[in-house]
Design a protein around this ligand. Structure first.
Ligand code: AP5
Length: 205
């Protein structure tokens, strides 16, 4: 099974991707997580990506495509994979079609005002990458590893609005792109987390 999760910032792609990848025993590939890992490690790629990410802009297509080309060759991808946050431009989608055939593109829809609340209330663990929301967890430390939680640098309200604008300009055209190729299933992401998971499960069956 090869899946793409599409949706604006804060739509719940990461939350749902983790669950669905576990259910189908496929690799969860988040380009955002990969870039944040590079930033934490202080690599050249991470340093170059930092200012773009903090401004809510996209990292160049060639950088992302080459990351994906090497990632899908890894052993854990043999059974399939789920892309979370990739592709984000038509150029990335064209490159992906040269690498593999995608079974479904799950488009998660959520109104913009809800996205702001979700992203601004998110807290992440700088050590292990676990993600929480202040509505569901009010602790200051990560439940997995105990590190102090923090807000993502790109989760400040002004930056989230920029990310939504970039999504509408550069990523939303992929809905038409994949509709033309008969790959899209659309799910209402503006409901309880478990209900969104159930709807995705039904759509994939
Ligand atoms: P990335 O990390 O991919 O960010 P994003 O796409 O903007 O998505 P988010 O992580 O903000 O949200 P999400 O949809 O995963 O929601 P989540 O499940 O966390 O990318 C970051 C940056 O990296 C980009 O801006 C860009 O610069 C760069 N980048 C990454 N990929 C790239 C690419 N392919 N090309 C170029 N540049 C790239 O949920 C959000 C919050 O809401 C959480 O706190 C969660 O607990 C809560 N929540 C989730 N679902 C629900 C629900 N149903 N009800 C209530 N709360 C919920």
């Amino acid at each position: 099974m090869k899946l793409v999760f599409l949706g604006p910032p804060g739509a719940g792609k990461g939350t749902q991707a983790k669950r669905i990848a576990e259910t189908y025993h496929i690799a969860h590939i988040s380009t955002g997580d990969m870039l944040r890992a590079e930033m934490r490690a202080g690599t050249e790629l991470g340093l170059a990506a930092k200012s773009l990410i903090e401004a809510g802009k996209l990292v160049p297509d060639d950088v992302i495509i080459s990351m994906i080309e090497s990632r899908i060759k890894q052993d854990d991808c043999r059974n399939g994979f789920l892309f979370d946050g990739f592709p984000r431009t038509v150029a990335q989608a064209d490159a992906l079609s040269g690498l593999c055939d995608i079974d479904y593109v799950v488009n998660i829809e959520v109104p913009s005002e809800r996205l702001i609340h979700r992203a601004c209330g998110r807290r992440i663990c700088p050590e292990c990458g676990a993600s929480y929301h202040i509505d569901f967890y009010s602790g200051e430390n990560c439940k997995e590893c105990g590190a102090k939680l923090r807000q993502r640098d790109d989760d400040k309200e002004e930056t989230v609005w920029n990310r939504i604008k970039v999504y509408e300009e550069q990523t939303a055209p992929l809905i038409a792109y994949y509709t033309e190729r008969d790959k899209i299933v659309t799910v209402n992401g503006d409901q309880e987390i478990d209900d969104v998971t159930a709807d995705i499960g039904k759509a994939l069956k």
